[in-house]
Design a protein around this ligand. Sequence first.
Ligand code: PLP
Length: 395
Amino acid sequence: MISNRELFLKNTAQTSDSPRLLEIDRAEGVYLYGPNGEKYIDLVSGFNVSNIGHRHPQVLKAIQEQLDRFMHVTVYGEFVQAPQVQFATELLEVLPESFQSVYFTNSGAEAVEGSMKVAKKFTGRREIIAAKQAYHGSTQGALSLIGNDEYREAYAPLLPEVSFIGYNNLTDLDKITDKTAAVIVEAIQGEAGVRVPSKEYMQALRQKCTETGALLIFDEIQTGFGRTGKLFAFEHFGIIPDILMLAKGIGGGMPLGAFVAPKEMMDVIKSNPMLGHITTFGGHPVSCAAARASLKVIRDEKLVEDVERKANLFRTELNIPQIKEIRGLGLMMCLQLENFDQVYQVSNYCASQGLIIDWYLHCETALRVAPPLTISDEEIIHSCKIIREGIEKFC
Ligand code: PLP
């Protein structure tokens, strides 16, 4: 019989020449299980998705209840679907009051696409500014914002009138002018290897956008839903963006994204032309039901409140000289090593010892650590022991 691994390589599109090829049979909490009894701690949360762990019982219950009622019924924005309406309402309740309207998407990149369209139409301007080293997704619009020439050039031509500023660079803020429709930045740059900007920078960026009338669009696709020790990372900086983009951890493991904006801003997409931004599956009722349950779990289990303490435990346990720097905020962390070879060897060693750890798209010299927020102290200590062993062996 042909194995699933062979069929994966033969029949599904490959995104690189070196996939991890780890076969997963089931997942529960912080654990992934292979078909032959392998057991792994998932220290990357399926890339910042499983903030409340895999298959949280409350999420499963909400999904089951929604499955018993309806799944897809119509395209987005036509029928009144309780899970969408209820989740939008609950999401707005935990956000500042300037956020008044939610557009649900299937993914992060689609939230980026929608936000750019709203910004252009609302401001009547064309120019978008993004940050060097940014990552906002792989669709052509989102790819236009990627702060990495190699990735943009391979798929040129992309969107015109996109320019770049240095992230956390105060001088570059002068490039934001009254021609700028929007400045799109990650609240913390993830794939660049977890670059945390200063509060001073974020406040100056906010001020410059307000002065020039450019919209400030925050990508919280990786940082949202408790990851950094606040429900949303913008709270660290004492500022409020104009549009907030969400995905990944929003859906409790189900595919969902969203962008959230003031009502007058969001309203620009409903006319001239009408139906100018639509989606078939965006805000799928089962995903929205899961997202409601997930947000409730984050709040009821007070997961955000414990993030900083858990992050400190990681930092204490990983205080070894071979790790040059631990960057991050909360449980969005990055362990800086010297080169990719070390990162590769250590992550392979970790996998052999039952620990999934990875690296960053645009920073291959650092290890990615972003576990479910539900990880226990015991699991943190055990994970760090394996990482230390790997580092001691290969660095
Ligand atoms: N923005 C950021 C900061 C991301 O990390 C990602 C995905 O990794 C995206 C946007 C794109 O999200 P998606 O893969 O759901 O399209």
